[in-house]
Design a protein around this ligand. Sequence first.
Ligand SMILES: *Cc1c(COP(=O)(O)O)cnc(C)c1O
Length: 376
Amino acid sequence: MNKRIWLSLAHMGGHEQKFIQEAFDTNWVVPLGPNVNGFEKDLRGYLNDDVHVVALSSGTAAIHLALVQLGVGPGDEVICQSFTFAASANPIKYLGASPVFIDSESDSWNMSPVHLREAIVDRIAKTGKKPKAIIPVHLYGMPAKMDEIMDIANEFEIAVLEDAAEALGSEYKGQRCGTFGEFACLSFNGNKMITTSGGGALVCSTEEEAKRTMFYATQARDDAPYYQHSHIGYNYRMSNICAGIGRGQMMVLDNHVARRRAIHQLYKKELEGIAGISVFDNPSSDFNSNHWLTCIVVDPAIAGFSCEDIRLKMDDTNIETRPLWKPMHMQPVFEGTPFYGDGTSEALFDKGLCLPSGSSLTNDDILRVVGVIKGM
Ligand SMILES: *Cc1c(COP(=O)(O)O)cnc(C)c1O
């Protein structure tokens, strides 16, 4: 049996254990400490010195705490990209608010500025109030059209929370994803660009927001010698052990980004010219995806087979592939939720597939994947 090729696996750089050992040696085995501070400093240095980063237990927790600070509560609406992983939208529900889903446009596969504007105008007309926040996603590492989205958000004075969970290392017009909105979430889950075994971060625009994030992430304790609480808090801080893994991973982040981009290039070169298959790529030089996952779109009428046919054949030869995210407006749990769109994300879900793209994969692994498609 062939060795299993996975979609995207954790990929250690070799220095992670040194930071964990240090944490044990100094007994910093708690949800704070030198690794947490060091990891946050590394992330800030990587993104942009103007932002402030707070390491948390997950990307989902980061989205939750951003929405808490944006004042989202029962009766509010929050605009969210429909074509995404459920974690982008679930925290809206944690707070008793309602999502409003926006379709993708076909260049970046991310939030359509046209439908975003349409939705804001219509929600104000229907509910008499503005949505509380806008959550665009940089899906598969591809930057959303942030200029147009920020223009609309500024025009209506609605805060933007970027979901950059998959986009560490991606850039839009030379600016790193995660530095456009009032807030941005990052994820260090096992399958993302870098991992802390599980974790995330909230990127904040101001130091005050960062302090407030830490406050909420550590049970919202008032400044008193005893435990006094004036707000509902959460236990969302990253542990010093996980942050040690993160510090080691930051040393290889550039390599990971370069490797995922090289894998994308190899897929492009190998699959170019196969009728009915297109490899998703940067739509213009404004976009510089980290190519977290390389995705293909299959037109069965031309190719003679569907993306599901490919997925099943891959599985037979011990290769993991995955359909594109099923849009949130099609999910049973979000049935009846307002949606503004034109079928773009539904068509992508119908025709698209993610190929193995982990930075630890070899060129031979990629060629084995390509061979299955060529043999269809
Ligand atoms: C992974 C992911 C998240 C959530 O991150 P976790 O760290 O797993 O909580 C949010 N949004 C998107 C688009 C993701 O891919």
